[in-house]
Design a protein around this ligand. Sequence first.
Ligand code: ZN
Length: 503
Amino acid sequence: MTTDPAFAELTTLLKRTHTLGTVAELLGWDEQVNLPPGGAEQRAAQHAAVAEVHHAAASAGRIGALLGALEAGAGGLTPDEQLVVTHARKDYERATKLPAEFVREKAAQSSRGYHAWVRAKAADDFASFVPVLEKNVELAKREAAYLGWSGREYDYMLDKHDPGLTAVAVDRLFGELKSELVPLVRAITASPTAGRAKAAETTLRGFPVEGQRAFLREVTEQIGFDYERGRIDVSLHPFCSGTGSDVRMTTRFKVDEPLDSLFASIHETGHGLYEQGLPAAQFGTALGQHAGMAVHESQSRLWENQVARSRGFWRNVEPRLRALFPTQTAGLTAEELYLAVNGVEPTLVRVEADEVTYNLHIILRFEMEKKLFNGELAVRDLPAAWRAASREIVGLAPATDRAGVLQDVHWSDGAFGYFPSYCLGNLLAAQLWYRALTLRPGLEEEFARGDFSWLLAWLRAEVHTQGRRFDALELARRVTGEELSPRAFLRYLRERYGALYLN
Ligand code: ZN
């Protein structure tokens, strides 16, 4: 470590800013897990007040002065310290270019937007959500303008979640993916096995919530989630927040869809493992931060799909599932259960989609967002545009907006440009998976014994402990030796689902 007092002081200020950010996150977690409906306005005010304090800390003039001094004498910094300074400069620029009044307005609007979305979705009333969404788009464009991205607003939204990403780059990756994915989905859904998978899945009914809770707790603990430093609760839309020694995951329970809560929980566990694996001593600096949402999603999707839908994984958990739910699972052979876990069926709802059709939902949202930001599409015209695009891309058109344009939480708090991260995360997850298998061909045998330690240790070393050193594109290159592309993902789908459906 350096003895430079300026660097030590900078680190202290960055950590304080980070701590205030975790307070804001905790308010957000509580809002979705515990808040009574009548508390919405009060929570919006709390969010705004904390956002203001956080913003003041992040944009403090002292940080600017320290950065200036450290940049002037950069020769004396270690490479890690240099990395901290470079990222701190980027964050500082972002914080200082946003007026405090704008930050306060956006925080309050995000919170109100969430509650307006909950009401609009429950009532299937898109019209009531139009002014909220218009305001969110306007705020997003203003934010881009403050930061110097006028005319490239959607690129700004993408870059915000995954540095360096542009709409042109995403377009190219998605184009390549779509051209092979659409015929693959068609072939799989036309297979007689698709009907058998569906039949197997529909026999999984009547799973009491308490049993599901116990099962997913065992499974997520076995994978490596540390419940001394995290917890899991229930919310409408599963998510993971918090970091380090206090990671908050959520799931939801449906008595007749036990696989839904299981896979949602494993997905969030993947996020949680990443957060628990970041270097705690470095929290607040780039060395202790995650590397963007595509990398985050690569971790959740890798555990949810490549791992938890593998045969090895099911050899391990099947006896326990049958022991906890003997009557509910009695009608299925092991092969039928495995088929139910890997069922493929086009659906209207993204979060219910299997991993084969999932990315079609992302491509649909990317098309909508692009048009929303380049002015081709007005907010009020979204429902009709969504239905048409859904019919074309997913193959189904929703009868209600609740199952269509209102289904996702993201736009309610202005998280535009986030959806592509899910798809890029899927692509990166498949690349990481094949790299891991090359290094450790017997991985699935280890899963069958309930041993996930090698994979977790490898991800810790290659991804988690790297903090924000490498963005998704660099990480793919460094860890897998290849550019981020749909090739590994398509290979994975053809291998796993081809073997099940296309024999
Ligand atoms: Zn996720």
